[in-house]
Structure formats: C-alpha cells, structure tokens
Design a protein around this ligand. Structure first.
Ligand SMILES: [Zn+2]
Length: 389
C-alpha cells in the first residue's frame, strides 16, 4: 500500500521545486503517510459532536459556570429559524473575532471553541490576565442548519433569496447555489462593503468576485463584524475554522499534516476598491503565532502544520472580505470533514485547534505577536495532497 501511495504522489502531482522524499527522521509520534486515506462514510455518525440542542445547552452551561464572564447571546437566526450565538469573553482593547463551521460538515472548530471558552472564562490568574488585554467574540457553528443536516451548504432555496430580494427575480441563481442540496456555500457570500445591496447585474458572479450577503448566516456575521468595528475601530483579528480533505502530507512527505493554515485570500487588494487598512504582514504574524504555538508541542505530531495553497483569490469569503477591511486573518483547515473519516482522531484534531488558536490569543494578550517575524510564514511547508486508497 505504501509503495502505491508514494508512486501516486510522486507521479501524479507537481511537487514544489527541489522537494524530494528525504530520509531525515520524523518526530516519534508523527502520523506516517502510509496511514489509511479513506472516503468511507463516517461509520460512527456524528455522535461525538454536539448537535444544535446540545450546543445551545452547552453554551448556557458555560455562561453559568463562568458566572457570566463568558456572555452568550443570540445574534441572529439561520434560514430555517435556528438561533445563532455569539460567546464573548474579556474586556481588553484588542478584539479577536472567531467563527467556526460556516461549512456545516466541518465540526472540529466548534468543539475546540467550547473548550477554549471554558479556559478563557476560567478562574486561573492566566485567564484573568488574558481577559484584561483582549476581547474574544466567538460564533461557534455559524451554519447551524448545515450542521444539523451535515452539509457544507446552508438550507435555503434560490426562491427564498428572491423573496427577500425581489430585485433579483429573473436573474441566474448565484454560482455558489447548489441545486441538489438546496443551499448556498455561505463562505462565498461576503463583500468588503458591509453596506452592499444585491444588484441583478452582479449575478451569478464567480469565485474571483465579491459576494452579496444574500444568506441570513452571512448577514449575521456581517452585523456582528460591523458592531465590533464600531466599538473597536478595527476588528484586529478574524479567525475562520474549517476542515479539509483528510490526507495531506508535509512537503518532505515524511508525515501527515493534520492542519493547514493561511493568511492569503486576496491576490490584488486594489482590484476591489480602496482598502488602506489591508495588512498582509499582520495576517502573516498571526499565522506565525499559530504555527509556533504548535511547534512548541515538540514530538506530538501537532507540529506538522502546512500552508494552504497561496495562489487563491477569494474576495467573497469572510476571510477575504474582512482582510480587505483591515483584520489580520487566519484560516484553519483541520483534517477531515465528517463524510471522510467520521470521528477518527476527533480528540487530537480538536486539541490541535485549541493549542493553535489558544496560542494566537495568548500572543495577542501578552503583546508578543508584535515581535514575531512575518517572513517565518514563508518557511511553513507546503501541503501535499495524498489520494484516497
Ligand atoms: Zn470549510
């Protein structure tokens, strides 16, 4: 099996220049690239992840157990009428806005956020010091409808959109509408102009152009973002927690990479208007903070972080639009959407996000993020795709 895998990788892919499979030793606990890459349905279902009712109860419980230090609010409703929550903790002048599960079948970020909210709202001196320096606003599971039916998309028809925006009657449905599923990829529905109003001429659009805020879920994120911008001037950090295909390797093909990260979603900021606060180096420093927090875990296998492809241009994503507005942005792409390998490695994967995101917030709180070298970003290994076996 391993010989077939390596043959497939080495012949089927354009590897980065100069990369060869080396024989340098791996960390003791690195996941070998010979690990199974399956496409089987998640055998154990999603029982290890909270459903919407459990998420609601868990957030209530965290608010209660932290005596309100973690403040939970309903900030909007999904297209199917489910509540969308923010959990806010800390009163510092720097704000970190974190969202998970904009894609409904990408659960690990939500689980990690629940763990982190308990930590940030805790009674330790470290947590109290952190709360003085930073304000964290989290949306755990934005796409609550997609989470409930285990789809990437939300649950919304094009007719629902036209009912809300009658000016769109007769135009071709947005390119990110999936007819089979009956829903939108919400993470293509963002626009750096928070006041944008959908125009017929802007449809069906494409991935290299901005989105429209036609879904209630993206509208909810926009409204929270706008509120934070009013309160803080700039939303200093925006972090989006996703999952990707289960099987990527590090650039040297020594280990599986359980996490890819990225700072880059916009090819040319000038293409989308004038955005003077766009700050690529701030985004790179934020990614370096995540990377270094995971390297500090030593021989755990958590350190095999890779860079998400850097040739993307996705202004309709939350990350792309908010980067233009001046947020330092971080994408987490954790291994394994639910359809790929179910609950396998669930504990490790959520812990990995907790370490990386927790490390970023710690670096923001103690100010050390300002001393990080943004050029370290370019030394993070590229990810290499491994096909299913
Ligand atoms: Zn995603």
């Amino acid at each position: 099996m391993s010989a077939r895998r390596w043959t497939a990788v080495l012949t089927g892919l354009a590897l980065p220049l100069g990369i060869v499979a080396t024989t340098t030793s791996s960390p003791a606990n690195a996941i070998p690239t010979q690990s199974h890459c399956g496409t089987e349905a998640s055998g154990s279902g999603n029982n290890g992840f909270v459903d919407h009712a459990q998420l609601s109860r868990t957030l209530e419980g965290i608010e209660r157990s932290t005596k309100g230090l973690v403040d939970v609010e309903v900030v909007g409703q999904s297209n199917q009428g489910r509540d969308i929550y923010t959990a806010r903790v800390g009163e510092g002048d720097t704000v970190v806005f974190v969202e998970s599960q904009i894609h409904g079948n990408e659960n690990h970020g939500t689980e990690a956020l629940l763990d982190l909210l308990r930590r940030w709202g805790g009674s330790t001196p470290e947590a109290a010091a952190l709360r003085e320096e930073v304000t964290i606003v989290a949306i755990p599971r934005l796409n609550v409808d997609g989470g409930e039916r285990d789809t990437r998309q939300n649950e919304m028809t094009w007719a629902d959109v036209v009912a809300a925006f009658p000016q769109l009657a007769g135009v071709a449905p947005a390119w990110n509408y999936n007819t089979r599923v009956g829903g939108f990829d919400v993470n293509r529905d963002f626009n750096p102009d928070l006041d944008y109003v959908p125009q017929p001429a802007d449809f069906p659009g494409n991935s290299a152009d901005t989105g429209w805020y036609i879904t209630p879920e993206s509208q909810t994120v926009r409204d929270v973002y706008r509120g934070l911008e009013t309160e803080f001037g700039t939303v200093d950090y925006f972090v989006d927690l996703h999952n990707q295909w289960s099987c990527y390797a590090t650039e040297d093909l020594e280990s599986m990479s359980p996490l890819s990260i990225s700072a880059k979603f916009i090819d040319d900021p000038a293409e989308f208007g004038t955005w003077p606060k766009f700050d690529m180096e701030a985004s790179q420093r934020a990614n370096v903070a995540v990377y270094e927090a995971l390297q500090d875990q030593g021989q755990s296998g958590y350190g095999d972080v890779t860079l998400y492809p850097q040739d993307t241009n996705l202004p309709g994503t939350a990350l792309g639009s908010f980067a233009l507005r001046g947020s330092a942005v971080v994408l987490f792409e954790t291994s394994s959407q639910t359809q790929y390998d179910g609950m396998k490695r669930n504990g490790m994967l959520r812990k990995q996000i907790e370490i990386g995101l927790g490390g970023l917030v710690d670096a923001v709180a103690d100010g050390s993020i300002d001393t990080l070298d943004p050029s370290v970003y370019d030394t993070i290994p590229q990810r290499v795709y491994l096909p299913a076996d």
